[in-house]
Design a protein around this ligand. Structure first.
Ligand code: NDP
Length: 337
């Protein structure tokens, strides 16, 4: 992943959040810094809205596997207006409304974004919607259509069903005709998850979700579990699978998953485990345009419900992280820049 290049001395001409050392939300420092350098293939975007994602908390805290060179401007998703373009950029011009995912530096008034990560927003999609749908939406898209292409004869389990990815993945899974079982932390989240289309909601802090999944499926188990909680859930997620079922580990909200012995997979039904990333599913321009295009079309047609009730000012990024990590948010968390 590209680390944003920031200059901490000299002309200070924009506000941004900067992480100088890893740690808690208090390490998100609101500062004046120089605008980022713009590479030959980069587009300088005047950011209007930055998306907050769980991966931003991993980068800030520096958990194993997510450490970045310090200091850095966090934020992997945003939307705004093109200010200028590098000499090798094709397809974008000053004034275009654009959005992106998986390029660092969106918690900032300006971001230099590689043109390969950027898409133009169609007229039916607002800038705020663009910032809200790119990262979690494309993740839900690849999980449901590429990692384990859901069909109408499948049942899936989606953990953290009222979260940003969870609400979108539930909707996309239902569109593909699958039966959906979600897990959530509270009754209020259960209501949101049901409204997104979940057929069965399990309060996994109060109930043993494995037992509940087995009860709901008449002891059959499910074809696939989408598990972004990991440490607290992964082994029980495996136990929810049918013979030859798939565990998709795609996040670490509760910490890294334990190591899984291949022999365990063979002795428990020839199971599959995969650990995908969005970066590998939007690597080609074709993949990026396919996934973003599908999401924009659904949004434009009013066919995708984007829940965006948690909006903060850029200066309050630390509070946004506190609430996201404290399991207090549902759907998308945004920073207005
Ligand atoms: P969410 O909005 O889903 O927030 C995380 C949710 O996880 C919480 O609301 C909470 O829901 C649940 N959770 C369970 N245990 C914990 C815990 N110990 N601490 C905090 N939260 C916990 O975040 P996102 O939608 O941004 O991301 C969801 C997951 O997907 C993350 O793990 C993220 O890393 C991953 N992800 C992976 C991508 C990939 O390509 N691999 C891309 C995008 C996201 P509840 O209260 O209901 O339990």
């Amino acid at each position: 992943m590209a680390v944003s290049r920031i200059a901490l001395r000299g002309k200070t001409d924009m506000k941004a959040i900067v992480v100088h050392e890893n740690g808690g939300p208090e390490k998100l420092s609101f500062e004046d810094i120089e605008q980022p350098e713009v590479g030959t293939d980069d587009v300088l975007v005047k950011v209007e809205v930055a998306g907050v994602n769980f991966i931003d908390t991993y980068h800030r805290s520096g958990i194993a596997g997510y450490g970045l060179e310090l200091p850095f401007v966090p934020g992997n998703e945003g939307a705004g207006v093109v200010e200028s373009t590098g000499p090798d950029v094709d397809g974008f011009k000053s004034g275009d409304r654009v959005a992106w995912a998986m390029s660092l530096g969106s918690y900032s008034e300006y971001a230099a974004v590689p043109s390969s990560k950027l898409v133009v927003l169609p007229s039916g999609v607002s800038t705020t919607q663009g910032a809200a749908v790119m990262l979690q939406g494309m993740t839900a898209h690849y999980l449901a259509s590429s990692t384990f292409p859901l069909q109408s004869n499948h049942t899936c389990v989606i953990h953290a069903g009222a979260g940003g990815v969870g609400l979108l993945l539930t909707q996309l899974a239902k569109r593909r005709g699958a039966a959906v079982i979600t897990t959530v932390g509270t009754e209020a989240k259960a209501e949101l998850s049901r409204n997104a289309g979940s057929d069965h909601v399990i309060l996994y802090r109060d109930q043993d979700f494995k037992q509940e999944v087995m009860r709901i499926t008449d002891d059959e188990g499910v074809e696939v579990v989408y598990d972004s909680v990991a440490k607290e859930t992964a082994m029980n997620s495996l136990a929810c699978l049918k013979r030859r079922g798939t565990l998709v580990l795609f996040g670490n909200a509760s910490g890294h998953a334990p190591a899984i012995d291949p022999l365990y997979l063979s002795q428990n039904g020839s199971l599959y485990v995969t650990r995908p990333t969005l970066a590998d599913h939007m690597y080609s321009r074709q993949d990026l345009e396919w996934r973003a295009g599908d999401l924009f079309r659904m949004l434009g047609e009013g066919d995708l419900d984007l829940r965006m009730e948690h909006e903060f000012q850029l200066a309050d990024a630390a509070e946004a992280h506190r609430q996201l990590e404290g399991r207090l948010t549902t759907g998308k968390v945004l920073l207005n820049v």
